[in-house]
Design a protein around this ligand. Sequence first.
Ligand SMILES: Nc1ncnc2c1ncn2[C@@H]1O[C@H](COP(=O)(O)OP(=O)(O)OP(=O)(O)O)[C@@H](O)[C@H]1O
Length: 283
Amino acid sequence: MSLISTPRNTIQAAAPQTDARLTEVQQPAAESPLVMQDVIKQFAPSTTALDSVSFSVEESSFTVLLGLSGSGKSTLLRLVNGLHMPTSGTVKVLGQDISATRGRKLRALRRDIGMVFQQFHLVGSMTALENVCSGALGALNGPRVGLFTYPKKLREAALEQLERVGLADQRFQRADTLSGGQQQRVAVARALVQRPKILLADEPVASLDPESSHQIMTLINQIAKEDRLTVLCTLHQVNLAMEWGDRILGLRQGELVLDESTDTLSTEEAMGIYQSVSGRPVV
Ligand SMILES: Nc1ncnc2c1ncn2[C@@H]1O[C@H](COP(=O)(O)OP(=O)(O)OP(=O)(O)O)[C@@H](O)[C@H]1O
């Protein structure tokens, strides 16, 4: 069965072999902390990473982004924190148009956005606590070398975040001596130290075993609820997406083909995102 051809601004069924559905894209809500409207991102004329993507997310919601490798998930996250600019269309983050935000304003906006990555991106030779402090570097003037070059208040805030992720006892341990799950906990604490409003997580459990993956997803979810964070998280594990996401967005070759609440979406339909364009399951 071939893909359903749809006009722009309709959502294409994720799974041609499952219960195909077409859903009107919801009109972006003005007060939403994150709105994308008709966003196209091209890296070259032949590389359209995102193609007319429109959606908005509710404040304090947990949205999971699914899609095959190369479907545009990381590009979408990078558009949210201003690491990429859209080729056309609008990206509004916390009420600000990212394309019109520069310099100090963009740096301030980025402080409201925490990021967690698949590979943790910690400095291995630094302690857990110093890594967490480094999450606030954007708000400090100039580089810092050594824990005690960070303001006391920040060190206290960093320790508080390490306590929340259960690693206060390991605060003086080098990051490269921690397990993968512990390193990701430190990375979560680092993302939180500036008290962001939005948390972007790019495949946060892709490098972890199933048990650690579950622990990290539980932790992110719990903290997101406590801090009323708006979370946008890319995942490849449909079971985790269905368990933790309020809503699933599915990308296929840069197009948003699925946008549905996990209350009404079935796991089979979500799995459909991982079918190849030919309609065959990807192995
Ligand atoms: N900086 C860049 N320059 C050129 N092309 C890029 C760049 N970043 C991404 N792309 C291209 O854009 C498309 C989407 O890439 P992206 O990394 O967003 O996909 P993804 O869904 O995050 O993949 P994965 O799951 O493997 O991380 C791909 O074709 C990729 O090659």
